[in-house]
Design a protein around this ligand. Structure first.
Ligand code: MN
Ligand code: MN
Length: 474
């Protein structure tokens, strides 16, 4: 090729120019990132992995985040105190939900900036009377929490997390099974040799909730000839280790979660596999965005909420008044009323979406799916069956978010949750929208959502952090 032809080649054709101007660039997002951006994503995710390993349940997440928040200068909110721009406060709701707030220069008068993620994840909760013995094995009865595919949970090593509240007011913390030196627990499954009947059933029939019993011991209490000596032996171990008795299970929150730690996935280490990405993968960016925000224009609140996986009911879920009550206190201090603050408030409902999975391509509509490594995903509406049960953000608000993200070169994409009429799901967005605020969902695409081992891309985690940070500081 001569120099002249080469020069000519560089000139774009009319079609190329028009394409650039009019059509969406469909090139993979990760390709557009500079190497140092990818390095930053990898570095950011080291902290995320540590968070994941310490925040499997909502209580774990609050405890771990609170310690870090106090170290980052947050103090407990006191409505009698007056605060100045840049002051950092927290509100801990029953150890299950946490709000981190940074006072803005404008206070609440032009609305606030909210980033809300949930810190509960699907799992197997113990029943109020869980311990039993059957054929010389000791087991726990469970009641699953959130939407799970039940067949995924047998033969997976499990850890026990939670608290037991005693009548005297003592709260005993339990966390056992994650370290290799500790024992783990397991839901059993039938061997294939004897599973002819089981395997001929529909999945929903073959695995029902009452089969999710957790094996926790097999040795009898040695000096006892009574029946149920295996159960007695287990209760004795629990009593010696934690100081509670069988009757105390009724006032406990104990849950079986997948044991072990988060791992890099792929030869290129581009992804993270772990339990509970939904929605710690947005909670951690929301926490870090708050930590890194110094003196914002508008008051900023990162909310780590609870009960999302079971519909957001309850005192610590987003249907509760706890967040609005706190905002009302902030408003009052500024001589404002809650309703005027909410009407001007904007919120990123930071939750995950279903990443396109080529193995199950038919569940997605690829032009409106989100993809691993294409950045934070904006989901204008969730819901199902003709946009039921969703808030559907306004065009104007989505435009505002696009502008903020594009101005700061945050990598983002858009996606619906799967095919129309293929199923569906919801987030906390609608509960915040019902307070008369602008809300849109933004978060990380996840593969194998709600499975014991979920997958995310490191780039997407970092870009979600950047999205939240730029939103807080815009
Ligand atoms: Mn979620
Ligand atoms: Mn979920």
């Amino acid at each position: 090729m001569t120099e002249e032809i080469r020069e000519k080649k560089k000139e774009k054709t009319e079609a190329e120019l028009l394409k650039e101007k009019l059509l969406i660039n469909t090139e993979s997002g990760a390709k557009t990132l500079a190497k140092d951006e990818i390095d930053k994503a990898d570095e950011f995710c080291k902290g995320y992995v540590e968070f994941l390993d310490n925040a499997k349940t909502e209580r774990d997440a609050v405890e771990y985040t609170l310690k870090a928040a106090i170290a980052a200068g947050f103090t407990e909110y006191d409505k009698e105190k007056s605060y100045k721009p840049g002051d950092r406060v927290y509100v801990n709701n029953r150890g299950r939900a946490l709000m981190l707030c940074i006072m803005g220069k404008e206070g609440t008068k032009n609305g606030i900036r909210l980033g809300i993620a949930h810190i509960d994840s699907p799992r197997l909760d113990l029943k109020p009377n869980p311990l039993y013995e059957s054929n010389d094995l000791a087991l726990f009865k469970t009641h699953y929490y959130g939407g799970i595919k039940k067949y995924q949970w047998p033969t997976v090593p499990l850890a026990l997390h939670g608290v037991v509240a005693l009548k005297d007011g003592t709260v005993v913390k339990v966390r056992i099974g994650d370290e290799e030196s500790e024992p783990c627990f397991v839901v059993t499954d039938l061997l294939p040799h004897l599973a002819v009947d089981q395997m001929s059933k529909a999945m929903t029939k073959a695995f029902n909730g009452e089969l999710l019993n957790v094996l926790i011991g097999s040795r009898p209490f040695r000096t006892d000839d009574e029946s149920e000596s295996v159960k007695l032996n287990i209760m004795n171990i629990l009593y010696e280790k934690y100081g509670f008795t069988e009757a105390d299970f009724v006032s406990a929150e104990l849950t079986m979660v997948p044991a072990g730690k988060a791992r890099d996935v792929g030869f290129d280490r581009s992804m993270i596999g772990a339990y509970g990405h939904d929605d710690k993968v947005c909670a951690y960016p929301a926490v870090m965005a708050a930590f890194d925000t110094a003196v914002p224009e508008k008051t900023v609140i990162s909310v780590l909420t609870d009960r999302e996986e079971i519909g957001s009911d309850g005192a610590t879920g987003m249907k509760s008044t706890y967040m609005a009550d706190f905002i009302a206190d902030l408003a009052k201090a500024d001589g404002m009323e809650l309703r005027h603050v909410m009407a001007r408030t904007s919120c990123l409902s930071a939750d995950v979406n279903a990443a396109f999975d080529p193995t199950y391509a038919s569940a997605y509509e690829s032009a409106n799916a989100c993809f691993i490594n294409n950045g934070a995903v904006i989901t204008k509406y969730t819901g199902s069956g003709g946009k039921y049960s969703t808030s559907d953000a306004t065009a104007e608000f989505v435009a505002k978010i696009r502008r903020i993200l594009d101005d700061k070169k945050v990598l983002w994409q858009t996606g619906e949750l799967g095919k129309v009429d293929g199923g569906g799901g919801g987030t906390i967005a609608k509960f915040v929208a019902n307070l008369n605020a602008d809300v849109v969902d933004l978060g990380v695409p996840v593969l194998c959502m709600h499975a014991p081992f979920e997958i995310v891309s490191k780039i997407d985690v970092y870009e979600t952090y950047r999205a939240l940070y730029e939103f807080y500081n815009a």
